[in-house]
Design a protein around this ligand. Sequence first.
Ligand SMILES: Cc1cc2nc3c(=O)[nH]c(=O)nc-3n(C[C@H](O)[C@H](O)[C@H](O)COP(=O)(O)O)c2cc1C
Length: 161
Amino acid sequence: MKTLVIFYSLEGNTRFISEIVAKELQADIIELKTVKSFPSTGIKKFVWGGKSVVLKERPELKNKNIDLSDYENIIIGTPIWAGTYAAPFNTFFKQYKFSGKKVAFFACHAGGGTEKCFKMFKKSLPDNTFVGEIDFIDPLKKDKKENNSKAINWAKSLTFD
Ligand SMILES: Cc1cc2nc3c(=O)[nH]c(=O)nc-3n(C[C@H](O)[C@H](O)[C@H](O)COP(=O)(O)O)c2cc1C
């Protein structure tokens, strides 16, 4: 049974957790990257990222022809943008339809939006089985060590059978 961790990260927090989870589960890992980078500093990052979510934009992905057929289990990681998942996942969900997988999510955020984000994930992924969800508050900036353990424990708790 193969597991894939697929994530997008603008500032590194989601990448940090993704790498821990993938290592713990000996999973493959794919980072979604956009052709045109989002600004990652200052007010611009909120303006451009926020706009992309509000306008439901689908930024073009550098990743081409991702083959999900090998994976029974998929773990998705995102930063929360304007209360939901980051816009590159709009593109991903449009391009890659999958069903019958076991899916877990995690989100990194600065304090809010998790509930809506997970609801949106579930809505975007019909006909899959959801096996876990968890959130982390800016894990690179705050309590890095504790978040490292939290990610490992969560990965261990996921039951894909
Ligand atoms: C465009 C944008 C919108 C954001 N919106 C939210 C939000 O609605 N709620 C929240 O708690 N954090 C929000 N944040 C903060 C990020 O979710 C948070 O810092 C996260 O840990 C960043 O993950 P990353 O380093 O993987 O990009 C936002 C950040 C950006 C850039």
